[in-house]
Design a binder for this molecule. Structure first.
Ligand SMILES: [Zn+2]
Length: 98
């Protein structure tokens, strides 16, 4: 009694796994700090003309120069509810104060 010849093969339509990191602008990482887990994103300068205030030194952070955007995650639900409260930092200030 021959076995069935219709043994399953691997799907031919398997695709390469997508690398999501390539689709996000800039580089985003997570940091565990004393007050929770933060998302930290390094952004390149843009021509939006916006100016933010750095929480570290209280000086202006121009959007025209590369800087760090950080916000707290809501880790329990896996949802980043802190995006609206994100802050813009000078890279040096973030390393120094966080
Ligand atoms: Zn600063």
């Amino acid at each position: 009694m021959p076995r069935s010849s219709s043994s399953r093969r691997k799907n031919k339509w398997q695709r390469e796994p997508r690398d999501l990191s390539e689709t996000t602008a800039g580089m985003r990482t997570s940091r565990s700090l004393s007050d929770g887990t933060w998302s930290v994103q390094t952004v390149k300068g843009n021509d939006s003309g916006k100016v933010y205030v750095c929480p570290g030194c209280g000086r202006d952070v121009s959007a025209a120069s590369g800087h760090v955007v950080a916000w707290r995650q809501e880790a329990r639900h896996g949802i980043e509810i802190g995006v609206e409260s994100r802050r813009h930092w000078h890279p040096r200030c973030f390393d120094r104060f966080r």
